[in-house]
Ligand binder design. Structure first.
Ligand SMILES: Nc1nc(=O)c2c([nH]1)NC[C@@H]1CN(c3ccc(C(=O)N[C@@H](CCC(=O)O)C(=O)O)cc3)C=[N+]21
Length: 282
């Protein structure tokens, strides 16, 4: 078998077109464009790529883009003061503080300072709790983007054995909650898991988000499984690769996401969806 490609790039373009149509309607009714504030502290090159992609996406769909590129020396006090100001600004519907932050800034403190109503990343404990209690408000973008990609492809999740590899707050844990809400049977694996290959081999759907290039081997994949690769790793030669060995996994899977062009563009499309949702509710 050779898997079908889950074309995140194309599906994200579809989502952005839907968003753009709704923004156009808002503007015709003299409503504010959805406004997204993106705060970048310091000069992490991967973060700069992501922030650039996000700015381009905002422009394409007609959002107002408020960019704050702050020096690495910015104090936590100053960052919290900026968040307080943006929480009060009616032109700003969504606030995103790019992670990772420099070591002298505590990310939990920063995330909790963002108004849950403007937390378009879905990282605030309030929004994680809403998802965990099956009353989602603003869901974390990467897992929710994966759900949108699967739904738009017509893939039914109810009753599937889903295995999530990686237990981070931003990918693995909310991915489990999303899949549970879709009625999958969910297993989560992490660095203390015994016999990871055997767990992955049981999966009808496997989602990998660990940040280790080619960590999941193609011969672990159950024939016919759906493979979602959340990893985006830059290799020494400048090329990108995922957390799954792509060619060998593709030979066994029924569906697989490429890297790049898979989950990454869906994350950004979901960020735009979340920001539009806040604007439409205000
Ligand atoms: N507060 C916060 N929210 C985030 O959502 C967040 C973050 N911090 N920190 C970093 C990670 C990473 N991330 C990416 C999203 C899209 C692409 C993306 O668009 N990737 C493209 C192209 C990648 C490239 O060309 O380098 C692709 O996969 O096809 C990449 C990375 C969001 N993150």
């Amino acid at each position: 078998m050779s898997a079908n490609i889950l074309d995140g790039k194309a599906i994200a373009a579809e989502v952005r077109a839907e968003i753009k149509a709704q923004v156009t309607e808002r503007l015709e009714q003299d409503q504010l464009p959805p406004g997204l504030a993106v705060i970048l502290v310091g000069e992490n090159p991967a973060s700069q790529v992501y922030v650039r992609n996000k700015k381009n996406a905002c422009k394409e769909v007609g959002f107002a883009d408020f960019a704050y590129d702050l020096p690495a020396s910015t104090t936590q006090v100053d960052l919290l003061a900026l968040i307080d100001e943006l929480n009060e600004n009616p032109e700003v519907h969504g606030i995103l503080v790019q992670l990772p932050l420099p070591d002298h800034i505590n990310p939990e403190t920063v995330i909790e300072r963002i108004s849950p109503a403007k937390d378009v990343d879905g990282f605030h404990p309030y929004n994680v709790g809403r998802l965990a209690t099956r009353m989602p408000k603003l869901a974390p973008c990467t897992p929710h983007g994966v759900m949108t990609m699967l739904a738009k492809t017509g893939i039914e999740l109810r009753g599937l054995n889903a295995v999530v590899v990686g237990a981070s707050n931003i990918v693995g844990v909310p991915m489990v909650l999303e899949l549970l809400n879709a009625r999958a049977t969910v297993t989560i694996c992490h660095s203390a898991t015994k016999d990871l290959p055997a767990k992955v081999a049981e999966a009808d759907l496997v989602v990998v988000g660990v940040g280790i290039p080619n960590m999941v081997k193609g011969d672990w994949i159950k024939p016919g499984a759906i493979v979602i690769d959340v990893g985006i790793n830059r290799l020494d030669d400048g090329s990108l690769c995922g957390d799954v060995e792509f060619e060998s996994a593709k030979a066994r899977a029924s569906w697989i996401t490429p890297v790049p062009g898979g989950v990454g563009p869906m994350t950004i499309a979901t960020l735009l969806q979340n920001t539009l949702a806040v604007a439409q509710a205000s």
